[in-house]
Design a protein around this ligand. Structure first.
Ligand SMILES: Nc1ncnc2c1ncn2[C@@H]1O[C@H](COP(=O)(O)OP(=O)(O)OP(=O)(O)O)[C@@H](O)[C@H]1O
Ligand SMILES: [Mg+2]
Length: 800
């Protein structure tokens, strides 16, 4: 499939003289063409580090500077909150604009804004709160318990995926196709879950998106208003949009489902992406949106950016060589004018612990060379890998910061405090109620809570409103809890956000509870940090009580606003008052929304010079001087869940491409012969991805293939391997049908079907054999531990 037709319009003549603006000074010709594209739809499809995000940001600045649009006429979608903030920072550096009034954010952030503005039309309470993924799961668990759903047959996590998946496809329960009894049950749960959320006034992430889509779909005036308003819509990381997000964009830009144009939709949509960096298929992302976009938006202009400004040659060559092994590509090329730079350093360690030690040493050396710690990033495929690395950094007193993982707002003590705060805002939030009704413990047992839940269900009330139905001592305790919340709520009137939080921390008993806990000191510190977080939220974002909603007349006066519906509010402040009632979101509600949406990509301690730790997924769009890619092992990277099917393996390769292309100057890759993961020692082979990198770009810090002890079978290699002539698991070897299990050569002493004994996993059956020399490995089914791949040169196996 090629998206690039003959009408590649890189050279589309800019309608404004380039020299007129210093903004355009440092762009290459293709970037310049993209920044100054005339009004119309366009696709910028280009590889990593070619300046896609920079082009988007510069275009926004240029459009405003040349008077083509006012800040209110722009809608820009970024993939993370961090990216949105960065875009705003860059914009303020380029132009004196009030970026707060601009609609720049993630899909979730922007949908939240729409729903806040039109909550009534969206059938939500004005104080609706957002459920994060954790809360969503506990809400589902609660529901399943209430309805006695067998959680072996319908695990809560699966139900959560089912609901999220349906919403990503834009499907309400009645729209989901039912093919089996199991499907029927899941749809029923979805329906019950929806009713529960509606009753409690909460929305999950998928709901934010779907609800705002429906808001636009079902309200012509609102839709047309925003269609007229957002003259310029821009989407970064377009390759990872899902079906519903694409439909949302279509709706806002005036494309009807039938592909017609609504009269109000004369806007231009610019999508920016890189198919090679599509890494969220597991969450519903659809690369196919790119081709649909070109067709459905009648895209006449497609721009390629081929110069990479981020990385040195060896890094880029490695990325290019690796990704060329994928078959499903739209095809792009990428070059750099920087020299080859340093080789990519490869290190093999004996254990994950030793790997982390080596990394710490290497970081010390980098620091001596004058590299800031915040320019060093450690990337891993799976969150579980970070613990060993964190321990090593901690012991060596190297400051570090983990993105993702357990985020600040997801820590238990913070969630407890937030639950109290949420109950102040919305007494019907049962998820929050259940979280803290007996925390700190106040003598309310599981039995009483069940009784309360039954009573609430029977009366159609929230838990808060049903406490009087429970009698006895338990009932008295429940009433006391509710009274406490109600009193706290009254006390918060007229005090600042900071004071509200301090009040809640004191009166909830949380601080006291953790003081009594020997290991509670950290938790108290985090709770105090919550006060600081609220404080900086108020000052930085200006969301405090005293913040004045700025009168933004600009939009109404701008020519682009012709035809805007005057009855609809011009929402340029996230806290703009409701047009009808004048009601604004309280600072507390705004802070709670911020806490739910702030998906961990922006932790406290900003500005501290710390080493950055994150998963490869979280690293998308970012760049660092030095990058360590760790755990380059079969089963880990590529991940065992994905490596057995063709599409899964291609996605793993794209992930690796993303990882490699984060590095500017120096790239390290490391793997370990043994690794403790999920309580087990694993003996992994080094990743097949090494074989896909150009040998000339690599430098092995340890002898290649060193360190494997002679195997128990003293084998000398010699059986056929599935690899092609070029080394590497070429694309062909993974094209269906899958490679059949290899026949063992006699010298190994191992054959498929043979029984072997492993001193940790016990007896097992050899399922298949693969590889030769030090790379030989066996897939063995251990009845008690499941199927494992073992490196024959390391694993001690004896035939039985
Ligand atoms: N014309 C240019 N001159 C100098 N530096 C540039 C130029 N264009 C981009 N850069 C720099 O190159 C780096 C990569 O740019 P950017 O992050 O916009 O790339 P990207 O295509 O969005 O990458 P990714 O695919 O990883 O998101 C940035 O540091 C950016 O400032
Ligand atoms: Mg980018």
């Amino acid at each position: 499939m090629s998206l690039f037709g003959s009408h590649d319009a890189s050279a589309g003549a800019p309608s404004f003289p380039a020299a007129a603006s210093p903004l355009l000074a440092n762009l290459n010709p293709e970037q310049l063409a993209a920044v100054t594209l005339p009004v119309g739809n366009a696709l910028i499809l280009a590889g990593a580090g070619s300046g896609k995000t920079r082009v988007l940001t510069t275009r926004i600045a240029w459009l405003m500077q040349t008077g083509q649009v006012s800040p209110g006429g722009i809608l820009a979608v970024t993939f993370t909150n961090k990216a949105a903030k960065e875009m705003m920072t860059r914009l303020t550096a380029m132009l004196p604009v009030n970026v707060r009034g601009m609609w720049i954010g993630t899909f979730h952030g922007l949908c939240n804004r729409l729903l806040r503005a039109h909550w009534k039309l969206a059938h939500l309470p004005s104080t609706f709160q957002i459920l994060d993924t954790q809360d969503q799961l506990s809400a589902i668990k609660r529901l399943m318990k209430q309805y006695n759903v067998d959680d072996e047959r319908f695990p809560a996590k699966q139900t959560q995926w089912f609901i999220a998946g349906a919403k990503e496809d834009g499907l309400r329960p009645r729209d989901v196709e039912v093919r089996s009894d199991d499907d029927r049950k899941k749809v029923e749960l979805y329906q019950l879950y929806e009713e529960q959320c509606q009753r409690e006034g909460v929305v999950d992430f998928g709901e934010l998106m779907l609800r705002s889509y429906e808001l636009l779909r079902d309200n012509d005036a609102v839709r047309e208003h925003y269609q007229r308003r957002f003259r310029h819509i821009m989407i970064d990381e377009f390759q990872d949009t899902n079906r519903l997000q694409y439909a949302w964009i279509k709706m806002l830009s005036g494309r009807t489902a039938e592909g017609r144009f609504e009269p109000s939709g004369h806007n231009s949509v610019i999508a920016v992406g890189d198919d090679d960096q599509s890494i969220y298929a597991f969450r519903g992302a659809r690369v196919g949106n790119m081709a649909d976009f070109v067709r459905e938006f009648d895209v006449q202009r497609q721009i390629k950016l081929e110069q990479n400004y981020r990385s040195f040659g060896n890094i880029l060559d490695s990325a290019n060589a690796l990704i060329s092994n994928n078959t499903k590509r739209l095809g792009k090329s990428l070059r750099t004018e920087q020299g080859p730079g340093e080789p990519v350093r490869v290190y093999e360690s004996t254990s994950d612990f030793a790997e982390a030690q080596w990394m710490v040493e290497e970081m010390r050396q980098l620091a001596r060379e004058g590299i800031d710690r915040k320019e060093m990033a450690v990337l891993y495929r799976s969150n579980a890998q970070s613990r060993v690395i964190e321990t090593a950094l901690f012991n060596a007193a190297v400051p570090y910061r983990v993105y993702g993982g357990l985020r600040f707002f997801e820590r238990a003590e913070i969630k407890h405090a937030l639950a109290y705060l949420r109950l102040l805002e919305n007494k019907d939030d049962d998820t929050s109620f259940l979280r803290v009704v007996n925390f700190p413990p106040r003598g309310i047992g599981a039995r009483s809570i069940e009784q309360l839940q039954d009573a609430a269900r029977a009366a159609g009330h929230s838990l808060h409103d049903a406490v009087s139905a429970v009698g006895g001592k338990a009932g008295a305790n429940l009433s006391a809890f509710v009274a406490k919340i109600d009193v706290l709520r009254e006390q918060t009137v007229g005090i600042s956000l900071r004071e509200i939080i301090e009040l809640v921390l004191d009166h909830s008993g949380l601080i006291e509870h953790y003081k009594a806990d020997r290991e509670g000191a950290d938790r108290i510190e985090n709770l105090e940090e919550l006060v600081n977080a609220a404080e900086s939220f108020v000052t930085q974002e200006g969301f405090g009580r005293d913040a004045v909603a700025l009168p933004v007349d600009e939009l109404r006066q701008s020519p682009a606003s012709q035809g805007l519906d005057p009855s609809l509010p011009v929402i340029d402040e996230p806290l703009a008052p409701d047009a009808e009632t004048g009601e604004t979101l309280s600072p507390l509600a705004a802070f709670l929304t911020h806490a739910a949406l702030e998906s961990g990509d922006n932790q406290a301690q900003a500005g501290q010079d710390a080493v950055q730790l994150m998963t490869v997924h979280a690293a998308k769009g970012l760049e660092f001087d030095c990058v360590f890619i760790t755990g380059m092992e079969e089963g880990l990277f590529p991940h065992e869940n994905s490596m057995s099917d063709f599409d899964g393996l291609e996605e793993e390769r794209r992930l690796m491409y993303v990882a490699i292309t984060r590095a500017r100057q120096r790239l390290y890759m490391s793997h370990s012969q043994t690794r403790m993961l999920h309580g087990q020692t694993r003996y992994n082979l080094k990743s097949r991805f090494y074989d896909e990198l150009p040998e000339g770009a690599l430098k092995w810090l340890t002898p290649k293939n060193q360190g494997f002890a002679p195997s128990a079978f003293g084998y000398g290699g010699g059986y056929a391997t599935s690899r092609g002539a070029g080394g590497g698991y070429s694309k062909d070897s993974f094209a269906s049908p899958p490679v059949p299990p290899q026949k063992a050569a006699p010298s190994h002493g191992l054959r498929s079907g043979m029984q072997v004994f492993h001193n940790k996993f016990g007896e097992g059956t050899v399922v298949s054999l693969e590889g030769s020399g030090d790379d030989a490995r066996a897939q063995i089914n251990f009845p008690r531990h499941g199927v494992k791949w073992l490196a024959l040169s390391v694993a001690k196996l004896t035939p039985v």
